[in-house]
Design a protein around this ligand. Sequence first.
Ligand code: NI
Length: 472
Amino acid sequence: MKPALLAWKTNSASGFKVDRSKKGFDEYWGWLWVVVWGLCMVGSDTAIVVAREEEEVHQLWAEVEKLVEEVAPMVIELRRDIHGHPELANREERTARVVTETLRKVGVKEIRTGVAHHGVVALLRGRDPGPVIALRADMDALPIQEDTGLPYASRITGVMHACGHDAHTSMLVGAAAVLARLQDRFPGAVKFIFQPAEEGVPPGEKGGATLMMEEGVLEDPPVDAIFAMHVNVDLPTGRIGYREGGLMAAVDRFRLAIVGKQSHAAMPWVGIDPIVTSAHVITAVQTIASRTIDARQPIVVSFGRICGGEAWNIIPERVELEGTIRTHDPEVRRVAKEAFQRIVEEVAAGLGARAELEMYDYGPVVWNNPALLDLLKPALVRAVGAENLVQIPPVMGGEDFAHYAQRVPGLYVYLGAGNKEIGAVYPVHTPFFRIDEAALSVGMKTHCMVALYFLHKSKGSLPLGHGTTGRQ
Ligand code: NI
């Protein structure tokens, strides 16, 4: 290309007469050169912008680390306060109040309260318009009697933060405190979603992620992506567990009543025994996992509650049972639910009793958007280091985060909070569950770094992936 370029330059700049036989050739190369030069300039401009953006993000990340250290004592105190005053699903009145007050104190001005009962949604608008990322925490506790012996253990009898939602909530308040200090340094906006009732609502009530969405949590301004974390004591503090695609199971909850006919325990033949019938039903539905579903597909059928009878010498009229079916594939889910209903009704009928079955859809698989995971990986690596970002197998637990992730690209990861030395080893939903509080800083850092990276790097909308269609 060079000789032609020189020829073109000489011809045009010097005003010499152009050799007509060479004109077409020279002009062709000349214009090509102009185009290439132009592209290079645009390219280098883009490269400069990207490099500047990258530098800005790295500076912000460094500041996040400093600010997280500053707010950490406040966040630990907040977490202990919330831990001591746990509230069940749809009853998170005090928690919401404490969250709102603390957000105001750390400089967050746009706060919406009373969303989906006690939900709190806060917004930090950056220096100019741009993408919007939502960070989400859940606030509800569980009906468990705490037995950790911690000085800040639950003061409420029979209620405990046994799933770490106290940590999620306080970590997110901490992240808001940090990002509030950097508000003029990022484009777009960060939405902080403090959601009630993740563990499921009391019968007859609405709540959780679906009600939050009905009440517009993903709108005004519209959310482009959503991110959340769950503490996990199987991972040591400082580690993050992630998975592309399906992370957590689709959850179905069932309520079942086996209705018989009451009689004296000494004369079972004059009644219909719902206790013996229940025993058969419970045993029979175990064949769904062992005989009906492909052994290579994950599935769980569990009963969590059985309740029937008043006295040792009376066969009651009814027994009530509750439980859950967990699956990772929509077809497995459909077949399992059908089989469950068939077995329950027909086993009960076969023994002369009647089954009343209600099924509740608690949500699809928690689907981690592959494009969003790709985009955010550098932020996760920066938060914990490449060696601490580990892939994990699918989980049979569920999360109503799945609903948000069906509407907008979502990413959900596990935040290591395990530490053998302090006894942070017991599983969630047990009276001994405790976390390593050092994980709170890691969580805050992760929230902030993810949010800042997304706002600087996200260009246009991400494909939603098949989490929204065939798979669910
Ligand atoms: Ni949980």
